[in-house]
Structure formats: C-alpha cells, structure tokens
Write a protein that binds this ligand. Structure first.
Ligand code: OFO
Length: 183
C-alpha cells in the first residue's frame, strides 16, 4: 500500500528547501566566523544563534516530509560565498538572504495551493510567519547600524552596538502581538 501523502513534485521541492535552510545555516555560520575574526563577538554570537535557527528550519522540513511518508534527500551544499566587506555589507546580505528565502517559501505555498495539498499549505504557514519576523529582524540590524553611524561609526558606538546585538532576542516582535498600549 502506498502511504505517501505528498506528490513527487512537492516531495522534491520540500526536500530542496530542507537543503536551502541548511545552506542558510552555513551562510550565518560563515558570517559569524567573519564577525568574530573582526573582533565583533556580540554580533558573531547573534549570527551563530541564527545559524542554529536555520538548522532547526531544515529539521522541520525533514520531519514534515518523513511524517507525510516521503523521503528527503541531503544534497551537497554550495559554498556560502565570500565574506562580507563590512558590517553594512554583512547586514545588507543578511536581509537579502532572508528576502530570497521568503520568495522560495512563497513558491512552495503556490505549489501546495495549486495541488490543493492543504496539509502542506498549512505546514508552510509557519514559515510565512517566520520569514516576516526574520525580515524584520534583519531590518532592525540595518537600522541599528545606521543609527550607530554605519561604516563611519566610531569605535565607541560599534562597541555598544556589538554589546547590544550580543544579547538581542532571536525573534522580532510580531505585529499580531502589538496593542495600543504596547505598539
Ligand atoms: Fe529559515 O528562516 Fe531565515 O531564511
């Protein structure tokens, strides 16, 4: 009896996304190593924590495919790419990676909708929400660096920024939780 509850097309696409999330994890790991090497230990800590989150996302895709009777495939990952040229470059790249990944999630949502695979559509909604938060978080990084003076920031403001990001929460606040008294 065939118990698979995913089309071959979606199984392949979800498996590809599992590998994309793992690549995202490597990208954050490589940026964290770059930041640590530059002396930004707080920023490195933030990026390393985020690398772990991306790894968790890969595991969610893996488990979902398995739960639906499919078999995900671990692929060789491409290189995470060159080191950032500066902190501004690093945060801009982080934002762009998140936007690109959001696009990939949207394509999966489209696919699930076209197949009327509502279980997969529902599973993917968690990622739609997560990408909103991750893009917000990346925008926060860009804003904080801009306020600190961007690439012309003084050593003192960079020191403070590094300290702030070292303890920055992993999740951005969601608009769903906003209220009049706590916007
Ligand atoms: Fe996996 O959430 Fe960022 O990309």
């Amino acid at each position: 009896m065939d118990t698979k509850r995913l089309s071959a097309k979606l199984e392949k696409a979800l498996s590809a996304q599992m590998n994309v999330e793992d690549l995202q994890s490597h990208v954050y790991l490589s940026y964290g190593i770059w930041a640590s090497d530059e002396g930004y230990e707080g920023i490195a800590n933030f990026l390393f924590r985020h690398a772990q989150e991306e790894r968790d996302h890969a595991i969610k895709f893996m488990q979902y495919i398995l739960n639906r009777g499919g078999k995900p495939k671990v692929e060789a990952l491409p290189s995470p790419g060159k080191d950032p040229k500066s902190l501004t470059d690093c945060f801009n790249l982080v934002f762009q990676h998140e936007v690109d990944n959001t696009q990939k999630i949207y394509e999966l949502v489209d696919m699930a909708m076209a197949e009327k695979d509502w279980a997969t559509w529902n599973f993917l909604q968690w990622f739609v929400q997560e990408q909103i938060e991750e893009e917000t978080l990346a925008m926060d990084l860009i804003d904080k660096l801009k306020i600190a003076g961007g690439d012309r920031a003084t050593d003192e403001s960079l020191f403070n920024l590094d300290k702030t990001l070292g303890v920055m929460p992993d999740e951005a606040e969601s608009a769903r939780d906003a209220t009049g008294t706590n916007p």
